[in-house]
Write a protein of this length. Structure first.
Length: 324
């Protein structure tokens, strides 16, 4: 892509950012007390291309905690190191029509519905803790850092805040332990999950992590292979059907690309083989999804023709901008 075409895409990203800057719906999450300290008006949109270029508007370099945006990436690591069958025994791939933190397992199978909700993500954390031992957090962080293209580190204040208040997630960890999903102590699974959620990222990082999934597992800027093809395929499938919790069906109709939100205000969307999108906007709706993150993706999808079932081709309005 030459700079003139990058300029065209940059104009669209800037326009969408400007259009949504006035939206103040939603509230900054405060059930993890340290999250409530985030200034609510911050707003950044970053779009990473398969050439490793990042187009950005607004607060794209402001750190925030990754929270549930980490879930698809941790799932990809688990798929990679444990294999699909082992992971599938422990965690399903069905949407769950409940809140993200529901204390619910699949009836009969007695496993979490999917890895995008807390039960599934804590199951994945337990599996990783079991597989890697005490090195699990470093191993996981290394993979997420490779996807972002820079070393990521924990926001200690948010970690301590969630560790001190995350009783529901600890209860989930015990439920999963009782169901035989993992054998490591429940508190170790929960602690890995709390640390993973407390990794500090920017919208740029999230865009690059999404672009790594879009670029069949290789970071488009560094060229490093981070996730294998099968892990990417399964991860994107589950993100598509389950990534926006109980709003997933609405999201698929309106936006039509795999995505994952976090209560820290982050959102990643993946346009397969074309783009990674990272949005940061701290105000979240009742389901825990960042309001302007959802809207930004909806507008970009509309303006660039990104819906997977776009009647011509996904990216039909984007491709001319990239190819010219
Ligand atoms: N760490 C958060 C929690 O478990 C993540 C939730 C989210 O981002 N939806 O509550």
């Amino acid at each position: 892509m030459n700079s003139a075409d990058g300029g065209h895409l940059a104009r669209i990203v800037a326009e969408v950012h400007a259009r949504l800057a006035v939206v103040t719906d939603g509230e900054v999450a405060d059930y993890i007390p340290a999250l409530a300290l985030m200034p609510p008006d911050l707003f950044g949109i970053a779009v990473a291309t398969m050439q490793g270029e990042v187009i950005e508007a607004g607060d794209t370099r402001r750190p925030f905690t990754i929270q549930s945006v980490s879930k698809p990436f941790a799932y990809a690591v688990a798929l990679e190191v444990l294999g699909r069958e082992r992971v599938r025994q422990a965690v399903g791939v069905q949407p769950m029509a409940e809140a993200f933190n529901a204390l619910v397992l699949e009836p009969r199978r007695n496993r979490p519905y999917n890895a995008m909700v807390n039960a599934g993500a804590i199951a994945v954390a337990g599996l990783l803790r079991q597989h890697f031992g005490p090195a699990a957090f470093d191993e996981l962080t290394a993979r997420l850092s490779d996807a972002a293209g820079r070393p990521l580190a924990v926001d200690q204040a948010v970690y301590e805040s969630e560790a001190a208040t995350g009783h529901r997630n600890r209860a989930l960890a015990h439920l999963l332990h009782a169901a035989g999903i993992f054998t490591v102590p429940a508190d170790e699974a929960a602690d890995l999950y709390f640390r993973q959620c407390s990794l500090s990222v920017t919208a740029r990082d999230v865009a690059m992590m999404g672009a790594t999934l879009a670029h069949i597992g290789a970071n488009p800027r560094t060229g490093q292979a981070v996730f294998g093809l099968d892990a990417v395929r399964d991860t994107l499938s589950v993100m598509f059907s389950c990534g926006l919790y109980d709003g997933a069906g609405e999201w698929i109709c309106r936006v039509g690309v795999p995505a994952k939100s976090g209560v820290g205000g982050g959102l990643v969307a993946v346009v397969n083989r074309l783009l990674g999108i990272g949005v940061f906007s701290p105000r979240v709706d009742g389901a825990g999804n960042p309001v302007r993150g959802l809207l930004a993706c909806e507008h970009l999808s509309e303006d660039l023709g990104l819906h997977l079932f776009e009647s011509s081709n996904p990216g039909s309005r984007l491709l001319p901008l990239l190819a010219r």
